[in-house]
Design a protein around this ligand. Structure first.
Ligand code: UD1
Ligand code: CA
Length: 462
């Protein structure tokens, strides 16, 4: 179900497209569904339908997705009714909410197993429930006198004072054979306090048909918490992040503060990895053995080899091309590595140095205020402060090749395409536009002239 508006988000964006851990809420739900060996997912859209559908198609979870529209939105039962034409009779339906992102696949697998009766009766209706200290607002689970099966779900607004005391609530998630679901959905009406078609009323019709309704009760509230407001979104985000931080620490990763880590993708760590406070990891990041990440770094789509150290405030974003950092490299503070930066072992990249689509071989250094774009840099090259590759002529990008053991002075401009021959030196302040021979010293700047005893102009007296 992804048709709701999410009024309390006060956002232009449909609620199910709000992001948790960098991924749309609905993306979390579909990714989980894809782990269930589902034949297909049916996404019921309404508010912002086109935007939601486009976002799902673009993400492509691997699971075949069908869309149905619910317009207008007359309740959860009405929502699922829209899906009836695309549900195969021999299927098992798991109803999920697009705004409940953190349900675990194992929980849903256990719920689905409840549908299969132990013996005799083949099918049951299975509800995911949990006990809440404050059940306000939720549908209450009304059980039979002996307590093992469920009789009804009563919504908050329809409940008697006695029923309001029930602490077991319906999570909004159920598993049910499609064939029976269709029969029961056809019987729903909107004769209730909210004038809505309640999906929860299928319980009543299952009971009338003599079908057992069972509750699979879990403890973990986070798995069934929905997002209705920015506050709830932030709370769930923190719960998710703390869970991820704990998983990392269980693997041996040392986090300076588990409350100050944000994972928006997949982080794989070797042994003895240390991560200081306020770091954000996005996309796919791998940190080798003994890697240390300083405080306030943002690292996306990068592979950082063993023993490398990334100092404070470094920004690495490999996007599609990726970034690789070699063993024992030292990066930052305040470095910026962009897509296609491939740094070999023991490379040093210092403060305010930007590297894009460039390869730096073992031991190359660019320590201060520099730009390397579309460059191939050899071993042990020293690239001076303030030097840049002029890789773009306004229309096309060109490569700069700096061979092994070259020394580039400070404040040089290497105008690509250009090659600096092995072992060569480029004098500070040079603008180099022609290839240089190996071993040569190249200087390309105005010669220094000095005029002795120079008299500066004086202010006129008025
Ligand atoms: C529903 C359950 C309630 C349960 C609670 C758990 C019903 C009648 N009640 O209540 O028992 O405790 O969830 O969170 O089902 N939606 C649509 N179309 C609609 C209405 C809703 O797609 O016409 C979607 C919403 O966007 C949301 C989900 O269905 O993703 C649940 O709707 P919501 O209004 O939050 O249900 P509740 O009234 O909270
Ligand atoms: Ca709700």
């Amino acid at each position: 179900m992804a048709a709701g508006k999410g009024t309390r988000m006060k956002s232009r964006l449909p609620k199910v497209l709000q992001r948790l851990a960098g991924k749309p809420l609905l993306g979390h739900v579909l990714d989980t569904a894809s782990l269930l060996q589902a034949r297909s997912a049916v996404v019921i859209t309404g508010h912002g339908a086109e935007e939601v559908e486009a976002a799902v198609v673009k993400r492509n979870t691997g699971l075949p997705v069908k869309f149905v529209r619910q317009e207008p939105q007359l309740g959860t039962g009405h929502a699922v009714q829209q899906a009836v034409p695309v549900l195969a009779d021999d299927g098992l339906v798991v109803v999920l909410s697009g705004d409940v992102p953190l349900t675990q696949a194992e929980t849903l697998t256990a719920l689905m197993a409840c549908v299969q009766g132990s013996s005799g009766q083949p099918y049951r209706l299975a509800l995911l429930t949990l006990e809440m200290s404050d059940p306000t607002g939720y549908g209450r689970i009304v059980r039979t006198a002996h307590g093992d099966t469920v009789q009804a779900i009563v919504e908050q607004k329809d409940a008697s004072p006695e029923q309001l005391k029930i602490q077991e609530v319906y999570s909004g998630i159920m598993a049910v054979p499609a064939k029976q679901l269709k029969v029961w959905l056809a019987k729903l009406d909107n004769q209730n306090a909210q004038g809505e078609y309640y999906l929860t009323d299928v319980v009543k019709w299952a009971v009338a048909d003599g079908v057992d309704v069972v509750a699979h009760r879990i403890q973990d509230e986070v798995q069934v918490t929905g997002v209705n407001s920015p506050q709830q979104l932030a709370q769930l985000e923190r719960a998710y992040q703390l869970q991820k931080a704990n998983e990392l620490m269980v693997q041996g990763v040392r986090l300076a503060d588990p409350a100050r880590l944000d994972l928006r993708g997949n982080l794989t760590c070797g042994t003895d990895v240390e991560i200081d406070v306020n770091c954000i990891f996005e996309g796919s990041v791998r940190l080798g053995d003994g890697v240390r990440i300083g405080p306030n770094c943002v690292i996306a789509n990068a592979d950082i080899a063993a023993g490398a150290v990334v100092h404070a405030f470094t920004h690495i974003d490999g996007e599609k091309a990726g970034v690789t950092v070699g063993e024992g490299a030292l990066i930052g503070p305040f470095a910026r590595l962009r897509p296609g930066a491939q740094l070999g072992p023991e490379v040093h990249i210092g403060n305010f140095v930007e590297v894009k689509n460039s390869t730096l071989a073992k031991g190359a250094k660019a320590n201060h205020l520099a730009y390397l774009g579309d460059a191939t840099v050899g071993e042990r090259v020293n690239y001076g402060a303030g030097s840049i590759t002029a890789n773009y002529d306004g229309a096309n990008k060109h490569r700069t090749i700096i061979e092994d053991d070259v020394h580039i002075g400070s404040n040089c401009v290497l105008i690509a395409p250009v090659t600096i021959g092995a072992g060569g030196t480029v004098g500070g302040g040079s603008a180099i536009s022609k290839n240089t021979a190996p071993g040569a010293l190249s200087v390309a700047r105005g010669r220094q002239t000095s005029i002795a005893d120079w008299q500066r102009p004086k202010k006129k007296s008025t």
